[in-house]
Design a binder for this molecule. Structure first.
Ligand code: GTP
Length: 301
């Protein structure tokens, strides 16, 4: 069997609908993988299967006019994600048309886009009349040589199938980048633990993030449709516990809030998240900790 696989970067102004489209692409059929890939500059947003092709969507921060240093770093990261991708899809909002921001992105594409497949996806078509769409498509195609133009509504799911089908066809022949069963089976509780670990990593400094691990201890589906999730943060030292708790527990509260919000958005329903910190000086030597992370524990290693 010939398989195809590759990275697809969705770029566009903030609010163009990149996250909505990723979710629509991944759909119910497959799970989504949310984790940082150390070797790639961008974050993997979702993995979708289409026939024999595996589509890996990479998240890029919205492209906007950088003002501060942080802005510049984010925009650079977005372009970095795009430059590493096999296919770039530029998302433009139908009702906003060619804004200054879109013009700037087109200029950027001119610089990095040569020899790459760049498709145009005019999103939010539910918000405009067909004649507006045709004019916009013509205008954009005059400004940049897109290999294909799609008219979509990521939110309503219109045109999403066609786009996914096309992407699958255009990806290079390659073995899958993620084992199919791993994606399908990646347990939700592991993804949820990763989300909390990510929030911890963002807040903690230096080596602390490498000395902790997060496990989901219990996951209870409640009658009202919400989920009750209990997680344990294992730290290696007593002092680390205090740092994660923060003054009057403020740090852990903030971490818990952002992890809960992300998980809740991901699941599309309410989540009650409870975090507990346990000190286990030797957790790095414990076999169960590794299997919880989906890693092999190598004896003697
Ligand atoms: N009417 C309409 N709204 C949409 C459509 N797609 C996305 N939206 C809305 O547009 C808003 C932004 O969507 P996101 O998917 O968060 O946009 P994004 O590009 O990921 O935004 P950033 O992460 O800020 O870069 C949300 O309120 C969506 O509900 C669409 O097809 N039609």
């Amino acid at each position: 069997m010939t398989t195809r696989a590759g990275f697809i970067a969705l770029i566009g102004e903030p609010n163009a609908g990149k996250s909505t489209l990723t979710n629509a692409m991944v759909g119910a059929k497959v799970s989504i993988v949310t984790h940082k890939v150390q070797t790639t500059r961008a974050r993997i947003r979702g993995v979708a299967m289409e026939g024999d092709a595996q589509l890996v969507f990479v998240d890029t921060p919205g492209l906007f006019k950088p003002r501060r240093r942080l802005d510049r770093a984010m925009v650079a990261a977005a372009w970095g994600g795009a430059a590493d991708a096999d296919i770039i899809v530029l998302m433009v909002e139908a009702h906003r048309g060619v804004t200054e921001g879109v013009e700037r992105i087109l200029d950027g594409l001119g610089e990095i886009g040569t020899g790459r497949k760049v498709a145009l996806a005019i999103n939010k078509i539910d918000r405009v009349k067909p004649e507006v769409l045709l004019a916009l498509s013509a205008d954009l195609n005059e400004r940049y040589d897109f290999v294909h133009t799609f008219m979509i509504s990521a939110e309503k799911g219109r045109g999403v199938k066609d786009l996914r089908h096309w992407l699958a066809k255009e990806l290079p022949e390659s073995p899958w980048l993620y084992p199919e069963d791993q994606i399908a089976d990646l347990p939700m509780r592991m993804i949820a633990a990763e989300m909390t670990r990510e929030k911890l990593t963002l807040r903690m400094h230096q080596e602390l993030p490498y000395q902790l691990t997060v496990e989901t201890e219990s996951w209870e589906e409640r009658k009202d449709g919400s989920a009750r999730v209990e997680q344990v943060i294992y730290v290696a030292r007593d002092g680390h516990k205090g740092i994660i708790l923060g003054h009057r527990g403020e740090t852990i509260k903030a971490i818990s809030k952002s992890a809960r919000e992300e998980l809740s958005t991901f699941l599309g329903r309410k989540v009650h998240l409870f975090l507990q910190i346990k000190v286990r000086s030797n957790w790095l030597e414990e076999k169960e900790r590794y299997s919880e992370m989906g890693l092999d524990f190598k004896d003697g290693a």
